[in-house]
Ligand binder design. Structure first.
Ligand SMILES: *Cc1c(COP(=O)(O)O)cnc(C)c1O
Length: 221
């Protein structure tokens, strides 16, 4: 098995320019992250509050952590302390909790609205028709900066289904950008694509891919 930094170098040779790589390090030890860091990677994704806190405390401060898991409001404070971006904003309640925790901590946290298009994968996220209201709400909050959208495709071998999910996520981003987020220069991020489906996600308009197992190997959980 090549090292994480070797895998990242290989991915960078494949991923087109303009598409960022989030190294999803959940369930992998700090040593693996340190190897990727030594190779120049700075963008890492975690999905559990305590795990993020534990790793952030022992790893370099210039790592940019994205939180990508379902977040309960009682864990928000811990996540806000460490994460630059919370990608998994899936309810108005969570949006407001992150805003409040960020303002209390005297910071501004980047957020992505998670859109729910996949059929079976997860019940989390806003429906496409709920996105405008959520974005309009987020725009006015001082503790968060709305940077874009995040989503997952259905977990299926049916490539046309996966492509149509990705296009629906990208479509949500485009209509927000043309509508309620018009003129917001920071609203730029379309986070979609994982180890198994990122090339298709990029074809469908992703500019941030979240890759775990292709970098760190299979997770034991
Ligand atoms: C775990 C996870 C990933 C990475 O998945 P891999 O298949 O290991 O690349 C991406 N996005 C989210 C939201 C995840 O939870």
């Amino acid at each position: 098995m090549p090292s994480p930094s070797q895998q990242i170098a290989r991915l960078h040779s494949l991923i087109p320019e303009g598409v960022k790589l989030l190294a999803v390090s959940k369930f992998h030890p700090a040593e693996a992250i340190a190897d990727a860091y030594a190779g120049g990677q700075r963008l890492f994704g975690e999905s559990r509050a305590q795990e993020l806190a534990a790793k952030a405390q022992v790893l370099p401060e210039d790592i940019c952590w994205h939180f990508i898991g379902h977040l309960q409001t009682n864990k928000v404070k811990q996540v806000v302390e460490h994460a630059a971006v919370v990608e998994s904003i899936d309810s108005l309640k969570l949006l407001h909790a992150v805003d409040e925790a960020a303002r209390r901590a005297g910071k501004v946290v980047g957020v992505l609205l998670q859109v729910h298009v996949a059929r079976e994968e997860t019940k989390f996220g806003f429906l496409p028709e709920e996105m405008t209201e959520a974005a309009a709400e987020a725009r006015h909050l001082e503790g968060v900066k709305l940077l874009g959208v995040m989503g997952m495709a259905s977990n299926t071998d049916d490539q046309s289904r996966v492509a149509s999910d990705f296009k629906a996520i990208r479509g949500c981003f485009d209509s927000l950008r043309a509508g309620v987020m018009a003129g917001c220069e920071d609203f730029t991020v379309v986070s979609m694509g994982m180890s198994g489906d990122w090339p298709l996600a990029v074809e469908c308009g992703s500019n941030l891919v979240r890759i775990g197992s292709d970098i760190f190997g299979v997770r034991n959980y």
